[in-house]
Design a protein around this ligand. Sequence first.
Ligand code: ADP
Ligand code: MG
Length: 319
Amino acid sequence: MSLAEFALIDRIRARSKGRDDIVLGIGDDAALLQPLAGHWLAVTADTLNSGVHFPPETLPADIGWKTLAVNLSDLAAMGATPAWGTLALSLPEASAAWIDAFADGFFALADAHDWRLIGGDTTRGPLSLSVTAFGQVPHGQALRRDGAQVGDDIWVSGTLGDAAGALALWQRGELDVTRPAADAETEFLRQRLLRPTPRVELGVALRGIASAAVDISDGLVADLGHIARRSGVAACLDASSLPLSPALRDGFEEDAARNHAMGGGDDYELCFTAAQAQRQTVDGLSRALNLRLTRVGRTTAHAGMHGEGSGSHGYEHFR
Ligand code: ADP
Ligand code: MG
């Protein structure tokens, strides 16, 4: 570890706040934490590599936000309350300006969720960012992938396909990720790609209501497939019911928009199953959280994953 890297760690440490349950934070060989009694720790790790998980020109503040967002999204999908975590940084060069901008995005999201950085690792290499995040969930109340029952409703939060739409525009050279777009619709899609909102409050609220949950990082079909396989049920989607944003409808042909919503990743919305008896409760949650929650299908006993809907909108995915 060079002097320059120590200086970077100091800049990060200066931004990280304390919490009563942190016995010892950044600066020793390991952090010491006091978890809540009667809770399980939920632990997850996700890495973002430049050029693979974000366009190489992405601004450091947006990289900082997304690095943490994808991890908090995993905690949300478990119904866990975010608590603490570590950050492993691989940087091509030791730049204080880059670190400060990265920290702006990273800690904006961390502070909003009272999530605290308690350690990490800093090395030189190709740009890569890896967080290990810990959350807490009361004994027995975690939202798992394997709890869906035959006949459950399938729900999704927010709107789907926005991030994939933004990525498609970027790939065509029609979107600059480094500056606000001229029109409000494109800017909405750009924000959905760069600054996803982890659905932490929803995940916590779904304890005792959802039978299974997953966050949508790889696309609805792929991620719902995880619930189906782990629960031993089939998933039947109604393609015509998928929640599409006005911006996505505006920017794409109907089929393309629907395909982004079905298969596009990076939205970080939650997909969950719940018994039909929970419909009113879920609708109440949607109002309480001011977050769109849409029923998009149901689980059945037949193997595989089926699509419903008109003509080419149907989607099938068997395994
Ligand atoms: P060690 O050599 O004992 O692993 P380091 O010199 O790598 O320790 O790190 C010193 C302290 O700074 C440790 O507490 C470590 O967790 C923390 N740290 C290092 N890099 C980061 C980082 N990117 N973010 C947060 N904390 C970090
Ligand atoms: Mg050490």
